[in-house]
Design a protein around this ligand. Sequence first.
Ligand code: GUN
Length: 313
Amino acid sequence: MTATLIDGKAIAAALRAELAARVAGHVAQGYRKPGLAVVLVGNDPASEVYVASKAKQTKEIGMLSIEHRLPAETTEAALLALVARLNADPGVDGILVQLPLPGHIDADKIIEAIAPAKDVDGFHPVNVGRLSTGGKAFVPCTPRGSLKLIKSVRQDLSGLHAVVVGRSNIVGKPMLQLLLAENCTVTVAHSRTQDLPMVCRSADILVAAVGRPKLIDSRYVKPGAIVIDVGINRVTDKATGKSRLVGDADFDGVKEIAGALTPVPGGVGPMTIACLLENTLDGYEIRLKQGGGGGARFDPVTEWICTSGNIQP
Ligand code: GUN
């Protein structure tokens, strides 16, 4: 059996086209463009590549890309001051502070300073909490994109057993919440899980997010399962000396067993930025409905709380 290939590149392109049409519709009605602010501290080469790619795709769909590049020695206080400015800026709908941050800056403190209504990464404890209680929340981009890929091959996930390998705050934990909300039975496996192959083999949906090249081989996969490979690992080929990207799944082995499989590259990766843009546009549209879209003043924290309907300003 050869698995259906889930083409994340094409699905992400279709999503971006949909978002571009939504943006164009708002702009045609005379509203301002949605704005995404991305903050990069220092010059980590991988982060530079991500940030450039985010900026390019933001502009391509007609949104405003606001980039802040700060030197590595930027103080925590200066970064907090910038976040406060972006929180208060009515032209900014989403704020992303690229991680990792230099060691002298407390990343949790920075994330908690971002207004939940502009936290398009979905990392703020308010959004994390609301996702877990079924409230209105920004969902972290990689799990949001991964769920879309799963649903591209199967709409109704109710009753299926999903196994998420990896328990990170960015992927594993929010993925668990999303699959639970789809009525899956969810197991989260991790580095201390006993008999990982056996646990994975019981999965109808297997999400691998551990950052270990080719960990998931054919012995880990139930025939016909949907396998989502979140891993992006750079490895050097011993024979040629060339480096290339591989996932957490052994693609060639797994494709013979799985029902559907995402490739690396071209699977989950392209969905992450597309979902970042979707989160930003969702935030903008909430703001528009509340009358803040034209640049009116609004409180970025209470505004979002008001939309949940159960907490009064
Ligand atoms: N660094 C690598 N991926 C991400 C991401 O999704 N968000 C942020 N803020 N930083 C990252």
